[in-house]
Design a protein around this ligand. Structure first.
Ligand SMILES: C[S@@+](CC[C@H](N)C(=O)[O-])C[C@H]1O[C@@H](n2cnc3c(N)ncnc32)[C@H](O)[C@@H]1O
Length: 276
């Protein structure tokens, strides 16, 4: 890509549509039409086009027996590399021992590096709820723990748990998320024991740690299943809770021991222990 491109504005005194037909033979898809003008952008020089447009105006003048003039203005403009701009906007995220980075950045020495490219599935580490769950995993997940990631999205939480030595299962109601999570586990050289399309009720065992970063209303709906698949003395990491919904979650999980609440902006992450 060149550093600049030329923008040519063609303003005929009449018959804009005929000038459009003429220019479309040279630039079939790339003409912007405004009320009185046609705009062409190109990395090539457009001198020949300006000459052609003037010839066309002269030919039309002869054909209609009245003068049809055309004004042309060229401007050199800076080419913006949108892909680079987008990439610059996606920065790595550091939470505890975890360093979440996109594929075009380098991993960081001394960290548990998780490579995730932003995709359709939620979970690049930038959202407060994901970052808070990573903080909780960093603090509470131990080697050999069994871990269930309910609503895995990109798989980021399960990958973090696996890097902490846990044996990981995951599920999501969205088949695209299941596919994306599997891809991300492989990209990060982590293994996932079981992954299924669906939710907590399909869990076949009880886990040391269950994490669910889903909106509060859904957490309330599946509360019974989340508690059921958590072992006695196991932990439940609940996120996706807006501060306005916090008390409704506390109410539904009141029989568990609340051991920590992480607050980031308006988002709350609650860590419960299921007493034996
Ligand atoms: C906010 S994203 C969280 C993604 C990732 N775990 C993270 O922390 O960044 C919520 C995910 O939950 C999934 N989901 C929504 N309702 C669900 C349910 N009842 N059971 C399981 N997954 C659900 C969505 O498809 C989405 O991928």
């Amino acid at each position: 890509m060149q550093g600049t491109y030329t923008e040519l504005t063609v303003t005929p005194s009449a018959h804009l549509e005929l000038f459009l037909d003429f220019l479309q033979t040279i630039f079939p898809d790339t003409i912007e039409i405004t009320e009185n003008s046609l705009i062409i952008r190109s990395e090539e020089r457009l001198d020949d086009v300006i000459w052609g447009v003037q010839q066309f105006a002269e030919a039309l003048s002869k054909q209609f027996g009245k003068e049809i003039s055309v004004k042309t203005v060229t401007e050199s403009k800076e080419n913006i590399d949108w892909i680079s701009k987008y990439r610059e906007a996606i920065r790595p995220v550091e939470v505890g021992d975890f360093y979440v980075y996109p594929s075009w950045e380098a991993p960081k020495d001394g960290k548990r590096n998780i490579m995730i490219d932003p995709a359709l599935a939620f979970g690049s580490g930038h959202h407060e709820t994901t970052a808070s769950c990573l903080q909780a995993i960093n603090k509470y997940v131990k080697e050999k723990d069994t871990f269930l990631d309910v609503g895995c999205g990109s798989g980021i939480l399960g990958i973090a748990a696996s890097m902490s030595g846990a044996i990981v299962d995951a599920c999501d109601t969205d088949p695209l998320a299941v596919e994306n999570a599997q891809k991300n586990f492989a990209l990060n050289n982590q293994s996932i024991r079981n992954i299924w399309e669906g939710s907590a009720p399909a869990a076949k065992e009880q886990y040391d740690v269950v994490a669910a970063n889903i909106v509060a209303d859904v957490l309330r709906m599946i509360a019974k299943d989340l508690k059921k698949c958590t072992k006695d003395n196991g932990l439940l990491i609940l996120s996706g809770i807006l501060d306005t919904k916090e008390s409704s979650i506390e109410e539904v999980f009141s029989e568990l021991e609340l051991i920590e609440t992480i607050a980031k902006n308006e988002w709350r992450t609650k860590i419960y222990r299921k007493q034996g």
